[in-house]
Design a protein around this ligand. Structure first.
Ligand code: 3PG
Ligand code: MG
Length: 399
């Protein structure tokens, strides 16, 4: 892998040069207030931004937020992120109210050495995510005009073949930022020769989202623990009734086939917390998985499951965890996710937490981030890395 790094760029000297940084500042926002509910992704790019500021670069940061449809949409503005980034950097961030228009041009032109600008949401422009290479290229040309060099530090977006992630690299001298390097270094340990036992915990709502990674991991892991909403499709595949729990009917056969091929490596819940409704105050009980009432739905794994999964985790030397075990946002259904997270921190293992949701769960539950080996900023990106897929953003840096 021949990727140039931020240190290579710094060694050339960046004082007075404009450096375009692609970051993944796609942070969760409170639906009512619009406040940032978890600033982990903003903090994760501070090492790269801080180094560039200190070296006297004119730093032009760009990012997407949410999934606007190629046109400005105020609910997805990066404006609150500019404020928080400024607080964390300890210096104002100059916010451009468009991405490549008049505001962006003048904001970039007015930057002094060591100052930071943030452009408005990349996805307010259809060219960012276009499947049409010429349309993407035209947008990449406009972005590239704001930099003399390009730093990709948007690990969470490296699996997207988007203008700011893929096409800009072909237009500017390009390097990987500190976050991208650290993420790749850590994840490559998992795909290389992980110390065994290697135990993976998967949760989240959909089997279909995780199918490719389950296929890729089955031959390599020693144990695969499955919780979260997706466990009910597996339980159904074992012939159990799951009441009104989340169920992907068209995945039942696939799950049965996976279980048959897993040689006992896959561990499923033995008990679950079932509720009358998907609500924080719904009446709920813990039941065995063969006793889920037909009118109730499972919203968390139960204590016996946590004990069983924890026993497997306590033996592990390498752990990867993606996806919550239950609806951790509701305190009544958070014990499973908390229990598994705590078991991971107690294990004498190298542990990696993959994904926006699991990383947010760690922080929302008040767990100590430093007791995990690494908390990835990429959900989809870390899964695709483990699947062994080519990541467009990384591939572009290699050229
Ligand atoms: C993420 O949140 O996974 C990344 O920021 C990528 O966002 P996307 O899935 O909308 O491309
Ligand atoms: Mg990228």
């Amino acid at each position: 892998m021949s990727i140039r790094t931020l240190d290579d760029l710094l060694a050339e000297g960046v004082s007075g040069r404009r450096v375009l940084v692609r970051a993944d500042l796609n942070v969760p926002l409170d639906k009512q207030t619009g406040d940032i509910t978890d600033d982990g992704r903003i903090r994760a790019v501070l090492p790269t931004l801080g180094a560039l500021v200190e070296a006297g670069a004119k730093v032009v940061v760009c990012s997407h937020l949410g999934r606007p449809k190629g046109a400005p949409d105020p609910q997805f503005s990066l404006s609150p992120v500019a404020g928080r980034l400024g607080e964390l950097l300890g210096a104002p961030v100059h916010f451009a109210t468009d991405t490549v228009g008049e505001s962006a041009r003048s904001t970039v032109a007015d930057l002094a050495d060591g100052q930071v600008a943030l452009l408005e949401n990349l996805r307010f422009n259809a060219g960012e995510t276009s499947k049409d290479e010429a349309e993407r290229g035209a947008f990449a040309d406009q972005l590239a005009a704001f930099g003399d060099a390009y730093v990709d530090d948007a690990f969470g977006a490296v699996h997207r073949k988007h203008a700011s992630v893929f096409d800009v690299s072909a237009r500017l001298p390009h390097v990987a930022g500190r976050l991208v390097l650290r993420e790749v270094e850590v994840l490559s340990k998992l795909t290389g020769a992980p110390e065994r036992p290697y135990v993976v915990v998967l949760g989240g709502s959909k089997v279909s989202d995780k199918l490719a990674v389950i296929e890729a991991l089955l031959p390599t892991v020693d144990r695969l623990l499955i919780g979260g909403g997706m466990c009910f499709t597996f339980l159904k595949a074992q012939g159990l009734e799951v009441g009104t729990s989340l169920l992907e009917k068209d995945m039942v056969d696939t799950c049965r086939n996976l279980l048959e091929r897993a040689n006992g490596k896959i561990l499923l819940p033995v008990d679950v917390v079932v509720a009358d409704a998907f609500a924080p105050d719904a009446a709920h009980d813990t039941v065995r998985v063969d006793g889920i009432p037909s009118h109730r739905l499972g919203l968390d794994v139960g204590p016996e499951t946590v004990a069983g999964f924890s026993a497997a985790l306590s033996q592990a030397k390498t752990i990867f965890w993606n996806g919550p075990m239950g609806v951790f946002e509701m305190p009544a259904f958070a014990a499973g996710t908390r229990g598994i997270a705590e078991a991971i921190t107690k294990a004498d293992a190298f542990s990696v937490v993959g994904g926006g949701d699991s990383a947010a769960a760690v922080r929302a539950l008040g767990l100590d981030e430093s007791s995990f080996g690494h908390i990835s900023t990429g959900g989809g990106a870390s899964l695709e890395y483990l699947e062994g897929k080519t990541l467009p953003g990384i591939a572009a840096l290699e050229n």
